[in-house]
Write a protein that binds this ligand. Structure first.
Ligand code: ATP
Length: 473
């Protein structure tokens, strides 16, 4: 397991998907940079989400709100008070832990026996359990848990005073709630309707880790779907099903590696009536990639009360009577990086002994990143068979120029053709186009399919049409 994870981390760095942030200065915990292939893949994920959630639905509109907002928003939403995790520290090695994660770990089979004394009921009270367990790193004594607020503070303007204090947003959702009235007033939307947003969020996580699974800066894709009170449960069920479908059909993630996990009452966020997580089976275990919550009318009510602005919705009169209400909100919320991580894990394959002649001869392990074509960072690689034949190189470069406006392409002439196929397979490139000596006479080239290695010849004049068809279907 650890092995697979290490291999994926190594591939991500080696091939320019993901780098640790601030690397030349020794790094910075919980932050990552996305390289040339990583940024393509993230953009593809965001585009597919936007297409499904916004573009294809007449009742959902998009938004891009600011990251830094008036701090009153975070008071009203409850984040300054409740957006906390329980933190404890080892008195000996001074490592910090999320107390709830330590207690959660005791629930895994076998673990409880080591610590003896707890039953399931006792485990619910974190404050009582922590003093009885030891630091998992050094066996030292742990401090009692205290609530640690996850929001990053900052100041607006030149003076660092209390009145200038605000926060980097820990979720994009509040930007949507405070624009709800702007959308109602300017767009022709009627309940039920949705507002969607993709953007950065920041959380000062106590224990970032598992590569890009838990970071301190990440991107969220959130939809706030406003419904009539009483219709919330039906809509919640719809979104849970729809989001699962999206992962299986639109992202082509292995169905058996996805599951739905409803939250227990004691896990619910301060604003939620119910919540389920969509989990993926990572090499380190089942973990959340998306949360779907019924946020009720909590946020809009809070903002109405705190801003003094009327946020009621005026619905069509029913039985001759005017209807005003604050809509309920269903929220599917997911992280771009966690999805990218799940996709990399899902696509990563090793072929022992190799598939190509070169790898077979060297008895090497060949890596194949079997990403769906919509997600692959590079769609097409253009490869002249050899680089010491000027007419061939010239023609290959012309093909690259021809395709560039239409597809994300790479041109590569370095190394044997087998090595170049391998490099492209490792990063999930969908098609390799090889120009050989025949190409000079026939004005054609070979299309090689990544997964089957099947090859077929295509005339250069038909290339754009053929590739478009193959990539779109
Ligand atoms: P966790 O329990 O893992 O801390 P959460 O339940 O607090 O996560 P939500 O508030 O539901 O997370 O956030 C919605 C989504 O945002 C998550 O499903 C995840 O994909 C993403 N996300 C949340 N926190 C992080 C993080 N620290 N790093 C990367 N992605 C995150």
């Amino acid at each position: 397991m650890a092995n697979t994870l290490e291999k994926i981390i190594s591939l991500s760095k080696r091939r320019g998907f993901i780098f640790p942030s601030s690397d030349i200065y020794g790094g910075i915990g919980g932050f990552y940079d996305f390289g040339p292939l990583g940024v393509e893949m993230k953009n593809n994920i965001k585009r597919i989400w936007w297409k499904n959630v916004v573009q294809q639905r007449k009742e959902v509109v998009g938004l891009d709100s600011s990251i830094i907002m008036n701090s009153k928003i975070w008071e009203a939403s409850g984040h300054t008070q409740h957006f906390t995790d329980p933190l404890c520290e080892c008195k000996k090695c001074h490592k910090r832990f999320r107390a709830d994660h330590l207690v959660e770990k005791l629930k895994t089979p076998g673990k409880l026996d080591e610590h003896g004394t707890f039953n399931q009921e006792e485990l619910k009270d974190i404050a009582k359990v922590i003093p009885k367990i030891k630091c998992p790193e050094c066996g030292g004594e742990l401090t009692p848990p205290r609530q640690f607020n996850l929001m990053f503070k900052t100041f607006i303007g030149p003076v660092e005073e209390e009145t200038a204090k605000t926060y980097l947003r820990p979720e994009t959702a509040q930007g949507i709630f405070v624009n709800y009235k702007n959308i109602l007033d300017t767009q022709r939307v009627k309940v039920p309707f949705g507002i969607a947003q993709v953007g950065k969020a920041f959380r000062n996580e106590i224990t970032p880790g598992n590569f890009i699974f838990r970071t301190r800066e990440f991107e969220q894709m959130e939809l706030e779907y406003f419904v009539k009170p009483g219709e919330d449960e039906k809509s919640f069920d719809y979104w849970v099903k729809e989001r699962m479908r999206w992962y299986i059909e639109d992202l082509a993630i292995t169905e058996e590696k996805l599951r739905i996990r409803p939250h227990r009452k004691d896990e619910l966020a301060h604003y939620a009536k119910s919540c389920v997580d969509i989990e993926y089976k990572f090499p380190f275990g089942w973990s959340e990639i998306e949360g779907i919550a019924n946020r009720t009318d909590f946020d809009l009510k809070q903002h109405q009360e705190n801003s003094g602005v009327d946020l009621r919705y005026f619905d069509e009169p029913s039985a001759g009577r005017k209807q005003y209400y604050i809509p309920y909100v269903i929220e599917p919320s997911c992280g771009v990086e966690r999805i990218m991580f799940a996709l990399l894990c899902d696509a990563y394959q090793e072929i022992k002994g190799g598939r190509t002649e070169t790898t077979k001869a060297a008895k090497e392990v060949e890596i194949l990143l079997k990403l769906d074509k919509k997600l692959a960072p590079i769609k097409v690689a253009v490869l002249p068979l050899v680089k010491n034949k000027p007419e061939l190189v010239k023609k290959a470069k012309e093909v690259f120029e021809l395709l560039k406006p239409y597809f994300m392409c790479q041109y590569d002439e370095v190394g044997s053709i087998g090595r170049r196929y391998r490099r492209q397979d490792e990063t999930g490139t969908v098609f390799c186009l090889t120009l050989d000596f025949e190409s000079l006479e026939q004005n054609d080239l070979t299309i090689r399919y990544r997964d089957t290695m099947k090859q077929e010849r295509v005339k250069i004049k038909d290339l754009i049409k053929v590739l478009k068809e193959k990539l779109e279907n």
